[in-house]
Design a protein around this ligand. Structure first.
Ligand code: UD1
Length: 429
C-alpha cells in the first residue's frame, strides 16, 4: 500500500484541468444496461470507482472496451442480473444499477450496501420509489431483489423526499426504472444535482422522454425501448472545488480549466466570503487568494446549496482562516472524520451534534495522518500542502477512488508531494 508524503509550504502556479465527473459517470455508465445497442461514454476520469463500476457491468453481461477516456459498451448476455457483494461493498454507488436492470430486464438483485464510514446510508427511498412503480421487493441473504410484476411497471406520482431531503441515487434509480414504465411517472422532491440532469439528458439522447430534471419535479413518460448513445459526462464540480481550495490554502494564484462555474455557485460564494477572489473567464477559474482567508459559516444541503462532498476540503481552509468558522452537516450528520485528523496537524476543531466549530490557527504542522474516506483524504492533502514540514498521509486508496493521478497533477502545479510505499515510510502494513 502506498502513502503520500507532502512537504508543505510550496507556492503553486499554472493551470490544472478538471476531469469528467465521477458522480455523473457512475449512474450514466449503468444506462449501458438499458439498451441492446452499443454506447460510447466519453470524457471519463480514470479512477478506481469507475473501474469498479465497469467490473459490475461486466458481471451483468456488458462487454466493455476502453479507448483512452472513452468506454465502449454493448450488452452481450442478460443471464445474470445480480450485482455481487464483493463489488458493491467497495463502492456503494454500485446500487445505481438497480433501476436500469429492473426497468430493462424485469428483475434485479443488488447486494445491500450496508453502512459506511460516513454514516448509515440506507436505500429505503430507492425501494420506496421502485415499489410505487409496482416493483415487488424482497430481501434474501443480504441482497435486495426487485421484480417487475405481471403487466409491467406503471407510472405514478412518487414523493421521494427523506428526512435529509432529496436523494441523488434514489432519484437516478427511480428515473431509470420509470423510463420503461407504462404511462407517466412524476417524481416529487427529486434531487436537483447537475449529475441527475446529466443522466436525464443522456437518457433523453437514448430516446427517453424525461422533463424537469434539475428541478424538484421530474416527469418521465414511459417508452418501450432505448437506443445506443454517444455521451460526454459533465466536468467534476467536486474536483474543481478541491483545486480552488488548493489555490486558496497555499495562497497561490492557479487557474482551473474546463470547470462549470454554474455548478459551483455555493462553493464560489463561500470562497468569496472567505476573501478568496475567483476570476471567471468562461470555463476557466483563476484563484486570487488573500494573505489569509476569513472565517465563514456553511451548512451542507442538497444542490444548489453547499455540497457535503466539499465539506471536509473547505474545513481544511477554515483551519487556517482568521476567526471562527461554523460547519453544519445536514446531509450526513456523522461525516466529520476529517476533523480528528486535521487536529493532528494542529487544527482547532470541536464537533458536536452534526456541527463543527473551527477556530482558525496561523499555521498547521505536518504529522502522520490517515485518510478515512475519499473527501477526508482530499482534505488532508490540502491541509498538508499548507502545513509546515512533512505530512505523511496513509490509506490513499480512498483518494484514488475519486481523484485521477492526484499527486502527479498537483506536482505539476509545483506542490511537493510524492508517493511512497507505506512500509518504507514506517506506516501501517
Ligand atoms: C450521492 C453522491 C455522494 C454525495 C451524496 C450527497 C454519487 C455516486 N454519490 O450519494 O458523493 O455525498 O449524493 O450529495 O452520486 N438517504 C436516505 N434513504 C435513502 C437514500 C438516502 O435516508 O434511500 C439519505 C442519506 O443517508 C443522506 C441523504 O439521504 O442523509 C442524501 O443521500 P443521497 O443523496 O442518497 O446520497 P447518494 O446518492 O448515496
Amino acid at each position: 500500500m502506498d502513502c503520500f508524503i507532502v512537504e508543505g509550504g510550496a507556492r503553486l502556479s499554472g493551470t490544472i484541468h478538471v476531469n469528467g465527473s465521477k458522480n455523473a459517470a457512475l449512474p450514466i455508465l449503468a444506462t449501458a444496461l438499458m439498451t441492446d445497442e452499443p454506447c460510447h461514454y466519453h470524457g471519463l476520469p480514470v479512477i478506481r470507482d469507475l473501474q469498479t463500476q465497469v467490473k459490475i457491468l461486466n458481471t451483468l453481461g456488458v462487454e466493455t472496451r476502453w479507448e483512452g477516456r472513452t468506454l465502449a459498451t454493448r450488452v452481450v448476455d442478460t443471464y445474470n442480473s445480480t450485482a455481487p457483494y464483493e463489488l458493491v461493498k467497495t463502492m456503494r454507488a454500485g446500487v445505481c444499477v438497480l433501476g436500469p436492470l429492473l426497468g430493462r430486464r424485469g428483475e434485479a438483485t443488488v447486494s445491500l450496501p450496508g453502512g459506511c464510514v460516513i454514516g448509515e446510508r440506507p436505500i429505503d427511498l430507492h425501494l420506496k420509489g421502485l415499489a410505487a412503480l409496482g416493483a415487488e421487493i424482497s430481501f434474501d441473504q443480504g441482497n435486495v431483489r426487485a421484480r417487475v410484476p405481471r403487466g409491467g411497471l406503471r407510472g405514478t406520482t412518487i414523493y421521494l423526499g427523506g428526512k435529509f431531503g432529496s436523494s441523488v441515487l434514489a432519484t437516478d434509480n427511480v428515473m431509470c426504472a420509470a423510463v420503461f414504465a407504462r404511462g407517466t411517472t412524476v417524481i416529487e422532491c427529486a434531487a436537483c444535482e447537475p449529475e441527475v440532469v446529466d443522466l436525464a439528458n443522456c437518457l433523453n439522447a437514448m430516446g427517453a422522454e424525461i422533463e424537469g430534471a434539475g428541478s424538484p419535479r421530474i416527469t418521465v413518460h414511459g417508452v418501450r425501448r432505448l437506443k445506443g448513445v454517444e455521451w460526454t459526462v459533465i466536468p467534476d464540480r467536486i474536483e474543481a472545488a478541491t483545486f480552488l481550495i488548493a489555490g486558496a490554502i497555499t495562497r497561490s494564484s492557479i487557474t482551473i480549466g474546463g470547470a462549470r462555474p454554474d455548478h459551483l455557485i455555493a462553493v464560489l460564494d463561500t470562497l468569496r466570503q472567505m476573501g478568496v477572489e475567483i476570476q471567471q473567464r468562461g470555463q476557466r477559474l483563476t484563484v486570487v487568494p488573500p494573505a489569509r482567508p476569513r472565517a465563514a459559516e456553511i451548512a451542507t444541503m442538497p444542490y444548489p446549496a453547499f455540497p457535503t462532498d466539499v465539506q471536509a476540503p473547505i474545513m481544511s481552509l477554515m483551519a487556517i482562516a482568521d476567526g471562527t468558522s461554523l460547519v453544519t452537516e445536514r446531509i450526513f450528520p456523522d461525516r466529520f472524520m476529517a476533523a480528528a485528523e486535521l487536529k493532528r496537524l494542529g487544527a482547532r476543531i470541536t464537533v458536536n451534534n452534526g456541527q463543527a466549530v473551527v477556530q482558525g490557527v496561523e499555521r498547521l504542522q505536518g504529522a502522520p495522518v490517515m485518510a478515512s474516506d475519499l473527501r477526508c483524504g482530499a482534505a488532508l492533502v490540502l491541509a498538508a500542502l499548507a502545513a509546515e514540514g512533512e505530512t505523511r498521509i496513509s490509506r490513499i486508496y480512498h483518494i484514488e477512488r475519486g481523484y485521477e493521478r492526484f499527486e502527479e497533477r498537483l506536482r505539476r502545479l509545483g506542490a511537493r508531494i510524492r508517493r511512497a510505499p507505506e512500509s518504507a515510510s514506517g506506516g501501517e502494513a
